[in-house]
Design a protein. Structure first.
Ligand code: SAM
Length: 226
């Protein structure tokens, strides 16, 4: 039912209470969580009716209508926060994910499982500056590499470095983690080289230095062969 990206999201769900999937589209994730016993109940939420209809069809197809509720909602606005222990926001840009979290304060006791498609560094910065801790991060690979972030609200801001913005809490233990790290490093070095060509040498140096730091970290894992 799930690809590697959504499986990596499912793997971070605590399953202690209701799981809310914001921007569910097809509803595969909440259906999987409940049918596999990884969450007792789930909410499949989407801002648009066409994706929500797709989710409703799948909820009915898998006979999960009593346990997975479909809700039309902009972010978490229309969701009841009672007994919610996990909020998943996957397949959206980092800026939109940060906005949805900022508008969902009633849910701050839950774990936030976040899978940004773009601007992950913006999302991490927002988390660090708004009282969230990144507890862990994992990598998945389908056609592309993806990161999944598990964030918890502590109320304390986290001082961060450039490395933390671009590599987050990714480990360097597996081939997929190292592959994700090296892909990040490649993107940053391309950006740095582009900036160097346009004459912005300070910013170019910054990106090239983050790229080197991430490459070295990825290769360290390779050498220790964990
Ligand atoms: C690319 S799909 C991702 C689907 C699924 N989460 C996944 O990762 O495979 C993005 C979904 O987010 C929904 N969406 C966009 N903005 C939203 C918002 N503010 N609140 C809830 N859903 C939103 C869209 O309608 C769309 O169904």
């Amino acid at each position: 039912m799930l690809d590697n990206r959504l499986s990596a999201c499912a793997e971070m769900v605590s399953g202690k209470g209701t799981a809310v999937d914001v921007g569910t589209d097809h509803g595969y994730l909440p259906c999987y969580l409940v049918s596999e016993g990884k969450a007792p109940k789930a909410v499949a939420a989407d801002i648009n009716t066409a994706p929500l209809d797709r989710a409703v069809k799948n909820i009915e197809k898998y006979g999960l209508s009593g346990k997975v509720k479909a809700v039309l909602s902009d972010g978490l606005k229309e969701i009841d926060s009672g007994n919610v222990t996990d909020v998943i926001i996957a397949g959206m840009g980092g800026e939109l994910i940060a906005k949805i979290i900022s508008e969902g304060k009633d849910f701050y006791s839950a774990g936030f499982i976040l899978q940004p498609m773009t601007k992950a560094e913006h999302l991490r910065k927002w988390l660090f500056e708004n009282g969230f801790e990144i507890e862990r991060e994992s990598a998945a690979k389908d056609e592309f590499y993806y990161t999944v972030i598990l964030a918890k609200y502590t109320g304390n801001n986290t001082p961060y470095s450039d490395f933390m913005l671009y590599a987050g809490k990714m480990r360097n233990n597996t081939e997929i983690e190292r592959g994700w790290l090296l892909k990040q490093a490649e993107k940053l070095s391309k950006r740095g080289n582009g900036l160097a060509k346009s004459g912005d040498t300070d910013e170019a140096r910054r990106y090239l230095s983050i790229s080197d730091e991430i490459t070295n970290y990825a290769k360290q894992g390779e050498r220790t062969g964990v």
